[in-house]
Structure formats: structure tokens, C-alpha cells
Write a protein that binds this ligand. Sequence first.
Ligand code: GLY
Length: 375
Amino acid sequence: MDAMERHDVIVVGGGLIGLTIAWRAAQRGLDVLVLERDGCAHGATRAAAGMLAPIAEIDFGTAGESLLALGLESATAWPAFADELAAAIGEPSRLRTDGTLILARDRDEAEALERQLAHRERLGLPVERLLASEARRIEPALVPSLRMALSLPTEASVDPRWVCDALLVAMRAAGAELREGAAVASVTRESGVARGVELESGERLAGEHVVLATGAWAGALANVPVRPVKGQIMLLRDPEGEGLVTHTLRFEHGYLVPRADGIYALGASAEERGFDLTITARPLYELLRDASELVPGILDLEVAEISAGLRPGSPDNLPMIGTVKEDGLILACGHYRNGILLAPLTATMVLDAIAGAELPDVVAPARHTHATVVG
Ligand code: GLY
């Protein structure tokens, strides 16, 4: 008798991307199991600032433009996605749509902003140059010596922890199951096709489809070129509540993202240190120094939390989404700096892959030819 537990879809990884995929798959009537090694949203999701920032994060070059297109598409899906989650938990949506200001402290930074402005204007993106006085009118906490700013009025942000809390409720209501503390040792195959997993406990689970959404750890289960890029971030809390700033503020090497209840995410370093999550003083000092040169009032806030996360970097900064042709494993990895932004689009693409549809070449795992299951 075959007593092995069987599911239509096994999602490995209980971060925001894995949970989104699980929710959407369960909504389609699939029997879904999420396996999470630690606790849900303990990895990069927990350390993420939650900016939905395809225009602010744009890179130069062809890959940058491809990422922009993906980001804009997913950003369009976010308001309905957040509303649907809010309805699922009976709370107002925590999507913030106040927009972003990119700030320049001095002439050099202002010149760099002019180049960024020109790049975005060439691509027809919504961006506006603001005089320092105009920026200070909409954000009075900005320092009087501010040099200039760019306004990106369409950019949004969301608290990733709120999203994950809501996803857990929504996904369970849709019938998906979650196992925390379930570390996957390997993907198992039948006739060379991924058809389940073996846990470190030795238990084997069967899945018609296996989706890998393990962030920076994707390389442990598949030969994919995903590397960890460490980000250290802090949460600051204003005991007087919200209102110090309302826009996401970006500056050279950092950002300050307002959340509900007077919380501000100040991030983030970008460090190539492997799987290291040590909290160190220098990046935190530099973030506080740079941010306080723009918003002096942040030095009066309480430090609520300091954390580090690992971004899943890919060679071209584009995600790898879709089926590995040789063995059927479905990848949802390599989202680098844009995991929160790209979650709704990633889930749509994974559902398409499950249905056997072709995905855009730009996300195809095959562009990194060694994407195969580790046996
Ligand atoms: N998306 C912001 C970051 O990765 O720091």
C-alpha cells in the first residue's frame, strides 16, 4: 500500500513569494502544501522594507529595462492584491500610495539625479524634478540644506509582515496547508521528473508539481546561480505616531520607508558576505548618518528592531521563474531586490507554468543553462 502523503503542489519556502503562490494555487482548487524550514516569513521577507519601486530601483541597460517591465506589471497588480488580502482578514489594506522622493544633499548628488531623471524621462516614466523648497513643502521634516529631489508619484509600499500575516489566513481559508520546521533535504524524481521532496527527517512527500521559492537558499536544492546579498535594516519607531514623513525617501545607498503606527524602515546595506547574518555597526551607522543628514528628526526616534536578510541575487538581477525543462521542477527564485514587488506576478507566472503555458523568455530558468535539480 502506498502511504505517502500526496499533493498537487508542494511549495518549498514560506516567504512572501511562496505563500502568494500557495494562496493563488489553492484558489484554483489545487491541493497545496507549503514546507518552511524555519517559521514563515523569517528570511528576506522579514528584513524587507516593502517598497514597490520599479521606477526608483531601475538599472541602466537591457536587463534593467526587462526588470522595469516586470516590475511595472506586478506593481499594477498590487492594489487589487492588497485589497483582496485585506478583505480576507477583515482589515483595511496597508498599501501606501504616497509616492517616493529621491533626494540629493549636494551638487554631486544633484548631478546624479539629473542623469536619473533623463533616463526615466527617455523611458516615458512618471517622474518630476522638484526644487528643494517644493520637496520641503510636501515633507517639512526634510533638512533646509536639501539640494533637489525627484518625485515618483506612482510608487507605493507595503508592510511585508502584514502581507504575510494576511496571506497565511487567506491561504488557509482557501485550503492550503503549511508545515513550519520542515526542512527539505532534496527534490525527489520519478523517471527523471521532479515529483516530490524528501525532508531532513527522512519523510518523503509526493507532489505533482514542486515549486522552489527558497530565496537565497535556492542553490541548496537546484543548480541555480542564486547568491545571497546581505541587507541590514532597522525599524525606527516614533512614539508620537505617524507623520514625520509620509513619502518613501530614497538617498544614495539608502531609503526610509514609512509604515503604519509611526514605524519607519531605514535600510539597507548591500553586502556580498555569503550566508552571513551578523549585525555589524558600520552599515547601521552609515544609514543613520546619511538619513539624518536629510531628516534630522529620525535621531529622536526609538530603535525598534535591527535585522539582516539575504536577498536572492541572480547574475542578471532578473528572477528565474518557470519550469526547468529537463526535470519539471518549477523555480520561483532570484528576485534580488524586488521580491515583494514581483510576488503577485510571480504567482501568476507559476500558475501559468503549472498549467503548461510558456512564460516570457526574460524569466526563463534556461538562460542560466545549469538550472537542474540537485539529486
Ligand atoms: N528593494 C530594496 C532592497 O533590496 O534593499
